[in-house]
Every structure is written in structure tokens, then in C-alpha cells.
Design a protein around this ligand. Structure first.
Ligand code: UD1
Length: 440
């Protein structure tokens, strides 16, 4: 059995890692339990990791491979940035060649980025032989819906789900959404959240990060040296085009953070898109008093808005450490809403909606919109809130293992079915259409 997994953009890496880990575990167990069987009877899963190159630099991609112990990609498509159409088309063109060469049994796509849709779409139309055989398409993180079709990710989610054969759902809303869209229930599996598998797996390691010291957010005793050693701080991320590509909206959001930033430092690792907009819009971040104490990887620091501390995008372990110790997180990211839920850290989402309602139902996340006043109100309410650790169903660190179990079972069911077909087959047709022909 051959599984090909696609990664492309930053949020994909922590979702794919646990699946690769579960494949390795499956192969290890298989070998251990097969000591007395001939080697050829032990069919390990062969895995191929494809990186589309949607994200390509050290900050957005390279450091995640180190932090998450991911294997080097077997294939790198190197597509880079572009408009949605150009990026999606480039991935599709290059991925088709890879698929025809590798002929996997299963293609795993994760999340909702352009790489996810591009590779699912190519796989849905490929055919390897005259029977039209193609890999099973497995979508990890299926069924999430913001019901906001102006988000490129919402289009990617809907289309990917509707061409997929196996839909792996992270939360109960996903089951409802897919049912309402008429997706056959036997394709859908509620397995939990592989991003949370990564979080639980790396939480302890993240404690060794030196990011708190580098940002001068920890007292003399060191972060493990006393209950109050870590300074109160908030963490901010913003990268959605709808929030940062429009100057007025961006300034509204920053306005909503002014009060918070006079109360405590607000650490702001800045996504490349957001960095570009800050430059283009001429948004000033003046150095402030607090800046003098900070050193390391800071580019700007404490500023006119109080204490917004700018950094380059951070690696997985540094960011996890910062999230875990934050008083409050303000974000427009999807994954961070989920990670703060498990960490029990109050989160404010600066969007009008979320595709992840479990994070609100479980109590840590508040949807604040993007207006200055609604953000200020939400912050006031969240700041005093005590930490709660609530765990949505199946967010238990076992999602990757469940997915691989299902893939293996489905593969062998299909294999047995094909064998029974061959046993009863009619003689082969010689006039069958050529593989990959688009003619009827
Ligand atoms: C993409 C995903 C989004 C995800 C986000 C996480 C889509 C439609 N969007 O958005 O869902 O939340 O990733 O970051 O797939 N850039 C770099 N270095 C890189 C990659 C990008 O500098 O390694 C810059 C480029 O200037 C690029 C811009 O960032 O134009 C945006 O990158 P892009 O992949 O287009 O989308 P994101 O905004 O990152």
C-alpha cells in the first residue's frame, strides 16, 4: 500500500506530522508482529511526502520540518507564491506528473489551503488504467464551514470535501455540515484533530524553547523557577487578507488592541503578507522604553500603541511556548483557536465568524469581529477570565492513528473486492479507452 501525503503551507505541517508518525508506527508494529512470517508477506505502507512549495522560506516552512521532526519531502514542487489561480494551476500541473509517476493507493490532503484543493482536484480526475482506477482521496479536517464564501479557504474546503472519498472530521459541526450537504455518511469518519495530536506530542518539548527569555518576558528566576516568573503578556497574529489587505480594517483592529497594549506587552509575530502591508500602509511602530530590555530576534519592539512587540514569524516550538504562557491570544487564524482551546488560554478571534464552533462552545474562544469597539469589549471580558481546559470530543492525541487504521482497512477491503472481481471477471476488452484520456 502506498500513501502520498501533501503539505504546502505553514498550517499543513503540524496536521500531516501525526499521520506520518502513525504510518511509521504501523510499519514498526507490523514488522514486530511478523517475526515468524516470510518477509514478502509483510506489506509495510510506503509513504511519499510531497511539498508543493506554497510556503517556501525558513520562517514559513523550513523551521517546521526541524521542530516537528518531519522527514525531508520526497518530492518538492517548488511552486512559490502567486495569485490564487496561478498558484493553484501551477500545483495542479506539477502534481499530475508526480501522481502519474508514483501511482499511490491513497492521497492524503490536509486543511484548507490552495495546495489542498489543487491536489485533491488533480487526484479526482486522474486515471491510472483503462478501468479508470485512481487513488482514494482522503481529506483530513473535513466538514468545517464558516458559511462565508468570500474566504478562499471556504471555497477550498467545500470543493475538496465534495471530491474526496474519505472525509476525516475534527469536530461535531463537521458531521452536521457534511450531512446537510448530502455527503454520504459512509465516507465520513469523526477521528479528532491531528493538529492537536502535534500539540500534545510537542507541548513538553516546547517548554525548552528560549523564546520567553529572548523576548524578555521572563523574570530572573527563569520560567520554571517560580509561579510568577513569566511576565503577563498577550500574543497577536493577523494574516487574513480581509483583515490586513485593507488599511482601514487593519487600523481598526490595531485600535482595538490599544488598551490591551498599555496593560501588558503584546507579542506580534508578523506573517509575510502582514509585514508587506505594514510597509505599504506606512503603519508606524515606534520603539518604546520597554524595547531597550528586549533583544534577540526582534526587529521592532514596544511602540506608540503601548507595547506591541514585533517579531518575524516564529517556529512551531517557540510559538507553542508563547501560546501556552500567554494571558490572552488575539488572532484571525483557524488553528490557533483550536490550540488555545486545548491549552485553556482565552482567545479572541478577530473575524466575523468561525468554521470551528467547538472552540467557542468549549468556552475559550470569543468571536469579536473586526471593529475597534467590539474588540476592546471582548478583550475586557476575556482578560479577567480564568483559564479553563476543555477538551472537545476525540481531541486526545490519537487522530493520526485512527486515520491510518481506517486507510489500511479501506485499502484491504478494496483489495479483496478487486480480487473477487478478477476471480469472476469476463475476458478483458481490447478496445478499452486509453488511461487519462479525457474523451468520453
Ligand atoms: C495561506 C493559506 C491560509 C493559511 C496561511 C497560513 C490559502 C488560500 N491560504 O495564506 O489559509 O492560513 O497560508 O500562513 O492557501 N510568503 C513568504 N514566504 C513564504 C510564503 C509566503 O514571504 O514562505 C509571502 C508571499 O509574499 C505571499 C504571501 O506571503 O505572496 C502570502 O502567501 P500565500 O501562500 O499566498 O498565502 P497566505 O496568506 O500565507
Amino acid at each position: 500500500m502506498k500513501i502520498l501525503t501533501i503539505v504546502g503551507a505553514r498550517p499543513n505541517f503540524m496536521k500531516a506530522g501525526p499521520i506520518i508518525g502513525a504510518i511509521n508506527e504501523h510499519n514498526r508494529t507490523l514488522l514486530e508482529n511478523s517475526a515468524n512470517r516470510p518477509r514478502q508477506q509483510v506489506e509495510a505502507i510506503r509513504h511519499v511526502l510531497v511539498h508543493t512549495g506554497q510556503h517556501y522560506d525558513e520562517f514559513m516552512s523550513g523551521s517546521f520540518f526541524n521542530d516537528l521532526n518531519l522527514p525531508k519531502p520526497d518530492v518538492h514542487l517548488g511552486v512559490g507564491s502567486g495569485s490564487h489561480a496561478v498558484q493553484t494551476a501551477e500545483i495542479m500541473k506539477k502534481f499530475e506528473e508526480v501522481l502519474l509517476g508514483e501511482k499511490p493507493d491513497v492521497v492524503v490532503v490536509v486543511g484548507d489551503v490552495n495546495s489542498t484543493l489543487a491536489c485533491a482536484l488533480v487526484t479526482s480526475k486522474i486515471c491510472f488504467d483503462a478501468d479508470g482506477s485512481r487513488p482514494l482521496i482522503s481529506h483530513v479536517e473535513a466538514g468545517l464551514r464558516s458559511f462565508d464564501r468570500s474566504m478562499p479557504e471556504e471555497i477550498n474546503r467545500i470543493l475538496t470535501d465534495h471530491v474526496s472519498d474519505l472525509l476525516f472530521v475534527t469536530e461535531e459541526s463537521g458531521l452536521r455540515n457534511l450531512r446537510n450537504e448530502g455527503v454520504s455518511p459512509d465516507k465520513v469518519h469523526f477521528v479528532g484533530n491531528t493538529m492537536i495530536d502535534s500539540l500534545l506530542n510537542f507541548k513538553e518539548k516546547a517548554e525548552k524553547s528560549t523564546v520567553l527569555e529572548r523576548l524578555a518576558l521572563v523574570g530572573q528566576a527563569g520560567k520554571n523557577g517560580g509561579a510568577n516568573a513569566v511576565t503577563r503578556y498577550a500574543l497577536l497574529t493577523l494574516h487574513r487578507p480581509s483583515n490586513v489587505d485593507n488599511r482601514a480594517v487593519f487600523l481598526n483592529i490595531l485600535g482595538g488592541l490599544e488598551e490591551l497594549a498599555t496593560d501588558c506587552p503584546v507579542v506580534f509575530p508578523v506573517h509575510p503578507r502582514t509585514q508587506r502591508r505594514i510597509r505599504e500602509f506606512g503603519i508606524e511602530f515606534d520603539p518604546g522604553e520597554a524595547a531597550k530590555e528586549r533583544k534577540g530576534d526582534l526587529r521592532g519592539s514596544g511602540n506608540c500603541r503601548g507595547g506591541i512587540v514585533l517579531t518575524d514569524p516564529l517556529g512551531y516550538l517557540d510559538f507553542l511556548c508563547l501560546m501556552k504562557h500567554a494571558t490572552l491570544v488575539v488572532t484571525d487564524s483557524g488553528g490557533i483557536q483550536e490550540e488555545t482551546t486545548i491549552l485553556g488560554v482565552p482567545c479572541i478571534t478577530v473575524r466575523e465568524n468561525t468554521e470551528r464552533p467547538a472552540t467557542v462552545e468549549s468556552g475559550t474562544n470569543t468571536i469579536a469581529g473586526t471593529k475597534t469597539e467590539t474588540i476592546k469589549d471582548a478583550i475586557r471580558r476575556q482578560v479577567g477570565r480564568k483559564r479553563e481546559n476543555s477538551v472537545p470530543k476525540n481531541w486526545d492525541g490519537r487522530a493520526g492513528a485512527r486515520i491510518v487504521d481506517i486507510l489500511v482497512r479501506r485499502h484491504y477491503e478494496a483489495f479483496s473486492f478487486r480480487r473477487s472481481l478478477i476471480a469472476h471477471a469476463a475476458p478483458l476488452r481490447t478496445d478499452a479507452p486509453a488511461a487519462n484520456s479525457i474523451d468520453a
